[in-house]
Write a protein that binds this ligand. Structure first.
Ligand code: AHR
Length: 486
């Protein structure tokens, strides 16, 4: 044990309720998602229920997924909803390598999946190759109780309307979503949001905002004279690349410590991104206090392992687990403004929860972090004070530890502790938290790039963890979650 840090918690000035939606997922039609991994079809040899894989569904179900964003990403601006209802159309996915898109996973399959998981729905509508009429017609098909579109939905097997809880209007409009100026996008947004209506309660409408430290794009969009009345929030996308270079991002496994710390350092930029976005909101007096920040894409992004690797399929290690935990701790610290986040993505794409290969399935270290952190969903975030020791390597110095604490609705203290140090253990004295006993679990492994494979699926899994004499002894590269016993 290198050092001991004393931490305190202040229950008297809560930060806010951690929206369950902070634990949201993202399902884009991309590479090996959803075909073969989530959706196999009713005739598959892989056990399934109405075409959804049973093993993957059961694993996802254990995460208490609060919301799923679909169908993209960049793909959403090419998606024509009629291709994915009734008689399915075979198209190419021009957003992601021109792969064949059978459209057998469409509106019914997405909403049925969300309904079975008890997840809210976050639809990203097409403003790139679509029209306001396409968007309006799609929402009528999904939510109408009367009329021809409701009857068409019924003839396709769904009697009751579904609920669209959140609506993204555009995606990365500064990039794959059209390369349009913020002024042109703001007008386009206003037009679509005026016509993209559902029957009954309206979804929360999300503006597609900027990325990383860029504030200017979102700032300019929010300067549109009517937009504050037409939106409930704005998004930001933040990806963590080991090198920061999109041309040579860095490997998912077998990386040096220099890329361990650089990746964590880039993930920690999330704090500044959120703080700056919120400060920018304050400059727009027409935005209410409940105007939300939606980090609707975040996570690690590495170089593909081989040419044959399906698009954006990457391995997931202890480094990803620590990135996930650090990011979640930051979201908790801004629970009053961060309304939703969606890690990219759910299965087989980027920082995935699950990887599949034919009938095989493996849970990633990131999956285990999301599962361990479940008690934070809907809990009240509390400020924690501590002096984190430095962890330095090469050009980088970051805090060695990160802590987050919250009170669950049934009154239990839940604490997350991360040791980002690749080599040294750190001890944290949490006796001042006032809990008499905790039930704890730890996620760690011998190597910083330890990961689960189809041959060894349990190389990185949580195990029991005990606080000794009020002190949590954190081994290198570890994530611990403690829940107060009552
Ligand atoms: O998550 C993969 C892609 O990253 C999304 O489609 C796009 O929005 C972002 O650039």
């Amino acid at each position: 044990i290198e050092a001991q840090t004393r931490a305190t918690v202040d229950p008297s000035s809560p930060i806010g309720t951690i929206a369950p939606e902070v634990y949201g997922q993202f399902l884009e039609h991309l590479g090996a998602q959803p075909y073969g991994s989530i959706w196999v079809g009713e005739d598959s040899d892989i056990p399934n229920t109405d075409g959804i894989r049973d093993d993957v569904f059961a694993a996802l179900d254990k995460l208490d997924i609060p919301v799923i964003r679909w169908p993209g990403g960049c793909y959403s601006d090419r998606y024509y909803w009629r291709d994915g209802i009734g008689e399915r159309a075979l198209r190419t996915n021009a957003a992601w390598g021109g792969t064949l898109e059978p459209n057998t996973f469409g509106t019914h399959e997405f909403f049925n999946l969300a309904e079975r998981l008890g997840a809210k729905t976050y639809l990203n509508i097409n403003i790139g190759t679509g029209t306001p009429k396409d968007a309006a017609d799609w929402l009528e098909y999904i939510t109408a109780t009367r009329g021809d579109r409701a009857e068409e939905r019924r003839s396709n097997g769904r009697d009751e309307p579904w609920t669209v809880d959140y609506l993204a209007i555009g995606n990365e409009t500064w990039g794959c979503g059209g390369h349009i100026t913020p002024e042109y996008y703001a007008d386009t947004y206003a037009l679509y949001s005026s016509f993209a209506k559902t029957e009954g309660e309206q979804p929360k409408r999300i503006i597609s905002g900027s990325h990383d430290e860029n504030i200017e794009y979102s700032d300019a969009v929010l300067s549109h004279p009517y937009i504050a009345d037409l939106a409930e929030g704005i998004s930001v996308h933040v990806y963590s690349l080991p090198t920061g270079d999109w041309g040579a991002k860095g490997a998912a496994v077998g990386f040096p410590e220099a890329e361990w710390i650089s990746t964590l350092s880039r993930a920690l930029r999330m704090e500044g991104v959120i703080t700056d976005q919120i400060a920018m909101f304050e400059e727009h007096e027409d935005l209410g206090d409940d105007f939300g920040l939606y980090v609707d894409e975040w996570g690690t992004w590495y170089d593909p392992a081989t040419e044959d690797t399906p698009a954006l399929y990457q391995q997931n290690t202890m480094r990803d687990a620590v990135v996930a935990a650090l990011s979640l701790n930051i979201f908790h610290d801004h629970a009053d403004r961060v309304a939703m986040t969606n890690i990219a993505q759910m299965v087989n794409v980027l920082q995935a929860m699950i990887l599949t290969d034919g009938p095989d399935m493996v849970l990633t270290p990131t999956y285990h972090v999301f599962e361990m952190y479940k008690p934070f969903q809907g809990a009240t975030a509390l400020p924690v004070s501590y002096d984190a020791p430095d962890y330095s390597h090469g050009d980088y110095t970051i805090p060695a530890i990160s802590l987050s604490a919250a009170k669950t609705p049934d009154g239990k203290l839940v604490v997350a502790l991360i040791n980002s140090d690749a080599k040294a253990a750190h001890a944290v004295d949490i006796s001042a938290f006032g809990a008499s006993a905790f039930t704890g679990r730890i996620l760690t492994a011998d190597a910083m790039d330890a990961h689960n494979t189809f041959e060894a699926p349990e190389a990185v899994t949580p195990s029991p963890f005990e606080v000794e004499g009020g002190v949590a002894n954190l081994p290198p590269h570890s994530v611990v979650v403690l829940t107060e016993e009552q």
